[in-house]
Design a protein around this ligand. Structure first.
Ligand code: ATP
Length: 786
């Protein structure tokens, strides 16, 4: 300990001083979290301090702890890794090390610490907090702090955020960095699949995840891998090698030219023997004679610019961390900010770490089913569904009895959206494996009217994980154009269940079919909509397929356009995004892209709004003259009839007093295309699996038999016997993600929650993030940013 001159520093700050550090392994999105903490702290009248190089910086003190200004975190959103640095610090594991850290915190006047890291880093922070009274007593005894300081700093508040690519912390659905890492894996595996197929090769890909298989399982779902090994679901030690060979051979028998196995780095068998990629390669080479290669993805997974979701998570959690600190008092335990059921949460840190450690312990003790249970029910369901979708069932193995087999049609309606092909693939494969007949309808409802229907097979949909657009062809036409023809074709092909994949047009189409049940018994079957639209405006779900892909596109477009704008030093781009009459894309894109202003249909644009925005921009460019950042504004395509994109740009330009130039950029249909993002793929598969389960259940409940003779007569009266007949309102539904669970809502109920005039749901759950854009860009009259 160096004795410090206590009188030389101003420890009794009139405002709360908050320290922030990143620790342990870096992960994409940590910077977004640091930016949000710093700017939110300033917005709320606190003083943020950046602690560099994790706990090392806290122990070294001096210039490793610096007061952060608004500008210090500019450009943080786009950057991967952690700009303020991270470290693994052995000294902090010791009581003495933590005491030096405590002294440095007190010396700087910091009474609250935000730590972004894995469970180790958060445990360390919690230990510091638990021992705080002892540190204060010791420091006082050693005359390193005064009595006044001991009183002023009698309590240290800790708030943790989980930055971890493994997604391994209990009590949060996703950790900061996990989705970006999954994105890197999918990019790599998608690329590998092309070369694998040219050479008929097998690839074994090792991904990170020491005791958590989330990355490996999610990657397997997203890329359509044939087999996955994860720590929580170890295969039988004496039979797994044989089983693996049989399963891969089955798929080759079904027509596959390649094989893909994904292994988590911590994968083990039931006796806890490690399962290593090289060993799997040897098995495939010697027993199956496959030309097999191993790819270990390693640190690539930690790299690159964060994807939309990690920027979003880092930003909203960072803002919540400051709120949690301001609400806390001496009795508040250390907290960890997480996301559960699509809501940002602040929960006791100790419990979260205890639960997380318990999973690892259960694996160590070979209680694998308990480990899986602790992970979450959705993880368990994903694993089960993945296995069923990936398999190829020979003959009658695994199939439902003949009399329960169904004809299930799948149709795409509306504009294309990322993930719809993968959803179709999962539905087809489940149908085939269970013995049902999947029927693909081409070219939307006009195609259905013309009878463009074919039976799909398992192999046909093999590569549909990665393809953007719609493999079936899609358009906005409604069934009303020829209700009779639609009914005729459905009857002719004896369709027992219908899956419609699409956006608002698909939703209105489903309502039409439902409302026409009285006239057309062919529509008296279970019908379900899988929501898929970049606009994310379908009632009955918080998330639609394609919206994540679109926001990721918008986010990287914003990054690129900002670079162009920054190079010019004084340029503002107004970027038009899609979304129909829903501002979801503009809000989320603006949050992740760091927009200074946004314009959405939910808010009226007035001259006052424009005056505020232009004044804000002028002030910024005045202050930053000659070294200014480029700035962007996001404009939803239907924001205003009066203030069109062009008019807005002219007003910006005309009123800028030459402090900045205004330019426009329209992202257009680029937002609908491209490779689907991992989250859209995961949701696509999840929706499809649940849709098939639901159709099966509803169909079986409504099968015509002697016991429901009335319906049989009803069917017969119309000249044919319908195998499935239902006119219950429960059997026309939207499958959606609500509070991160997959749920079904019947359309009759949803009609009341629909704003038909503006073609959107009345529930705009995402609007809560809107204010954050203004706060974090400084475009808020109340923000004292200097
Ligand atoms: P990752 O998930 O990337 O491994 P992590 O935060 O779990 O991240 P660790 O190496 O376990 O990474 O911890 C990072 C740092 O946190 C350690 O170097 C150490 O300084 C501190 N730390 C970890 N565990 C403790 C502990 N039990 N007590 C005090 N400090 C700890």
């Amino acid at each position: 300990f160096q004795k410090t001159s206590i009188s030389n520093f101003d420890f009794r700050s009139p405002v709360k001083r908050i320290g922030i550090l990143t620790s342990g392994g870096d992960s994409q999105g940590m910077n977004a979290a640091v930016r949000a903490v710093v700017r939110m702290a300033i917005f709320r009248g606190c003083e943020p301090f950046l602690i560099h190089e994790g706990y090392n910086g806290l122990i070294k003190g001096k210039d490793m702890i610096s007061k952060a200004s608004w500008e210090d975190v500019s450009g943080f959103l786009t950057t991967g890794g952690t700009v303020i640095g991270t470290a693994r610090c052995t000294e902090f594991r010791e009581y003495e090390g933590r005491q030096i850290a405590a002294l440095n915190l007190i010396k700087t006047g910091i009474s609250a610490l935000v730590v972004i890291g894995g469970d180790g880093s958060l445990t360390g922070a919690d230990n510091l907090r638990a021992e705080w009274p002892n540190h204060i007593a010791d420091l006082l005894k050693k005359d390193l702090i005064t009595k006044q300081m001991a009183t002023d700093f009698s309590c240290l508040m800790i708030v943790g955020m989980v930055g971890s690519i493994d997604n391994d912390l209990a009590t949060t659905d996703l950790t900061i960095g996990a989705v970006s890492a999954l994105t890197r894996i999918c990019e790599a595996v998608d690329a590998l699949q092309c070369t694998a197929s040219s050479h008929h090769r097998a690839f074994v890909v090792e991904v990170m995840g020491r005791s958590c298989g989330w990355l490996a399982l999610s990657a397997a779902i997203c890329t359509g891998a044939d087999y996955v090994f994860i720590p929580e679901d170890p295969p039988n030690s004496s039979t797994w090698e044989k089983k693996l060979c049989t399963e891969l051979k089955n798929r080759r028998d079904a027509g596959k030219k390649t094989s893909l196995v994904i292994v988590a780095e911590g994968a083990v068998d039931s006796e806890l023997n490690p399962i290593k990629s090289e060993h799997i390669k040897d098995i495939l080479t010697t027993r199956l004679n496959y030309d097999t290669r191993v790819t270990i993805l390693g640190h690539v997974q930690r790299g690159g610019s964060p994807s939309f979701y990690d920027r979003y998570l880092g930003t909203v959690q960072g803002a919540e961390a400051i709120e949690a600190i301001l609400k806390a008092d001496a009795s508040t335990p250390s907290l960890v900010i997480g996301i559960l059921e699509n809501k940002i949460t602040a929960q006791p840190l100790k419990e979260a770490i205890k639960l997380t450690k318990q999973v690892a312990n259960e694996i160590k003790n070979k209680n694998f089913s308990r480990a899986l249970e602790l992970r979450s029910t959705s993880f368990l369901n994903q694993l089960k569904s993945y296995k069923e979708v990936a398999a190829f069932h020979h003959a009658d193995f695994g199939k439902v009895p003949e009399n329960k087999r169904l004809n299930i049609a799948i149709i795409h309606v509306g504009a294309p959206a990322g993930g719809i092909n993968l959803a179709t693939r999962s539905a087809v494969r489940l149908c085939v494996n269970r013995g049902h007949t999947p029927m693909l309808v081409y070219n939307g409802f006009p195609g259905l009217m013309r009878g463009e229907i074919s039976i799909a097979d398992w192999m046909q949909v093999d590569g549909w994980t990665v393809d953007g657009g719609s493999k079936l062809g899609t358009n906005r036409d409604q069934p009303d154009l020829g209700m009779g023809s639609v009914a005729y074709q459905m009857q002719k092909h004896n369709i027992n269940g219908l899956i419609i994949i699409g956006g608002f047009e698909a939703y209105t189409a489903l309502i039409s079919l439902y409302e026409n049940r009285k006239s057309y018994p062919a529509f008296c079957i279970p019908m379900v909509l899988i929501p898929a639209t970049v606009s994310n405006n379908v009632p009955g779900t918080e998330i639609s397929l394609g919206s994540d892909t679109a926001i990721n596109f918008i986010t990287s477009a914003c990054d690129n356009i900002k670079l162009s704008a920054s190079s010019n030093r004084k340029r503002v781009f107004i970027i038009e995004v899609q979304g129909g009459r829903t501002g979801y894309l503009a809000v989320m894109g603006g949050l992740a892209g760091g927009a200074s202003c946004i314009y959405i249909p939910e808010e009226k644009i007035s001259l006052n709004t424009l005056i505020n925005d232009i004044n804000f921009l002028k002030n910024r460019y005045k202050i930053e003259w000659g070294q200014s950042q480029g700035r962007i504004a996001l404009y939803n395509e239907t924001s205003s009839k009066t203030y069109s994109l062009d008019v807005l740009a002219r007003i910006y330009q005309g009123e800028s007093e030459s402090l900045f130039d205004a330019r426009t950029s329209i992202l257009g249909h680029l937002q609908q295309g491209g490779t689907p993002s991992p989250l859209d793929r995961i949701h696509g598969s999840g929706f499809a699996v649940e849709a098939i389960n639901w159709i099966q259940e509803k169909c079986w409940e409504s099968m015509i038999s002697e016991s429901n003779a009335d319906q049989k007569v009803d069917g017969l009266r119309r000249g044919y016997l319908q195998k499935v007949y239902t006119n219950s309102k429960e059997t026309a539904a939207v499958v959606g993600s609500i509070s991160s669970d997959i749920k079904f809502s019947c359309v009759e109920h949803l009609i009341n929650h629909t704003d038909f005039e503006n073609r959107k749901s009345k529930n705009l759950w995402w609007l809560f993030t809107r204010d954050l854009i203004d706060i974090l860009s400084g475009n808020n009259n109340q923000v004292g940013i200097h």
